[in-house]
Each structure stands twice: as C-alpha cells, then as structure tokens.
Design a protein around this ligand. Structure first.
Ligand code: S3P
Length: 206
C-alpha cells in the first residue's frame, strides 16, 4: 500500500531527514517534520486526506487552490477563464513557495499541477516529506467524472485525465519521499492513518 521513496529522495547518508522543513528532535533520534506536502492527481484525495492529517497532527491545512482563491478573491475557474492557465500557474507557484518558506507546522495539499513547473519540483525535492497519493487512473476518472469545477476536465474528463496522469506520473515520482496507493476501497481515514504510521508520526497524532 505504501512504499519508500525513490533512492535519491531518501535523505542524506546518515538516513536522517536533513532538508528544509524538518527539525531535529531533542533526543537526536528521528527528526520531526514541520510540514508535510501531499501531491497527486486531481481526485487523488489530497484535500480530504490533508484535512484529516492536519486535524490528527493539530496542524494547519494549506490547500493551494483555496489559498490562490483567498489571495485573488476569485475561484480557480474564474482565474483560468479570465487570465489563462499560465497566470494561474504563477499564482500556484507563489503559493507553494510561500507555504514551504513558512515554518508554521502545516499540511500542504498541493494542487495536481504544481509538479509541472521545474522550479516547483526543485523546491519539492528539497523538502521532506512529500507524500504522493497515487491512484489508478480508473479511480481518478470515477472520482472526477463531473469535472467538479476543474478547467482541465471541462471537455472529455476521462481522456484528459488519462493523458495528464501519464504525463505527470514521472514528476510525482521525482518529488515523492513516500508513495501511498489510494483507491476506492480505502477511505480517507485509512489513508491518513497509513501516512501517520509510515512517517512515524504516531507520537504527534491526536
Ligand atoms: C489542476 C488541479 C486542480 C486545480 C486546477 C488544475 C491540475 O487542483 O488546481 O483545476 O492541473 O491538476 P486539485 O488537484 O486540488 O484538484
């Protein structure tokens, strides 16, 4: 269900987490993260799992789409229609950068497209932990069947999802420290629990 990260994302040679966003515990054992980033395709459950994870850890949740909307006072489809995708991506990158610079403990539910930008991927590779919620494309298609206000899925959601998932899979792989498989058999609560266990955060969890 969950698997370790690609080798180049498993930390320094001591096996310790030594990246920005991670603080060392006082006893010198496993350092505790100060923020956790969830990545994955539209429909993977980043917001639902992010909400639960944040609640369990007593941390804030930063959902990047909601943050873009809060900053601009417009919805994602409104920005997309008025200013285009490129303008939206700039806002998305700014929100991600700000979120990772801040030291407030938080769960970041990063919108599906953040991995498209090379600079964002570089930032994510430096951050630990990044958790990829990986779902089979069939599951994603069922979950986002109606488009749900997502501009990229307005026409032919199944076709678009299939194409986007294939294009982006290597990018999620590139930035992930932990991969958690999600499907319709395992509710968000179980996925959340798996993340808590896999990241060794039981002591923090409420
Ligand atoms: C997008 C994902 C959406 C939203 C926009 C574009 C993408 O966020 O940012 O519709 O390119 O994958 P979610 O991943 O939260 O659905």
């Amino acid at each position: 269900m969950a698997e370790a990260a690609p080798p180049e994302r498993t930390g320094d040679s001591s096996g310790r987490l030594s990246h920005p966003g991670v603080t060392s515990s006082e006893d010198g054992h496993e350092p505790l993260p100060t923020s956790i980033v969830l990545v994955g395709m539209m429909g993977a459950g980043k917001s639902a799992v992010g909400r639960r994870l944040a609640r369990r850890l007593g941390w804030d949740l930063l959902d990047s789409d909601r943050q873009v909307e809060a900053l601009t006072g417009r919805t994602v489809p409104e920005i997309w229609t008025a200013d285009g995708e490129a303008a939206f991506r700039l806002l998305e990158s700014q929100v991600l950068t700000d979120a990772l610079e801040s030291t407030t403990p938080k769960v970041v539910a990063a919108a599906g497209g953040v991995v498209l930008d090379e600079g964002n991927r570089r930032l994510l590779r430096l951050h630990r932990p990044v958790v990829w919620l990986r779902a089979p494309v069939e599951t994603l298609i069922v979950r986002v069947r109606r488009g749900d206000g997502r501009p990229l899925l307005r026409d032919d959601p199944a076709g678009a999802m299939t194409r986007l998932e294939a294009e982006r899979r290597p990018f999620y792989q590139e930035v992930a420290d932990l991969i958690v498989d999600v499907d319709n058999e395992h509710p968000a609560d179980q996925v959340t629990e798996r993340i808590v266990q896999q990241l060794g955060l039981s002591a923090l969890a409420q």
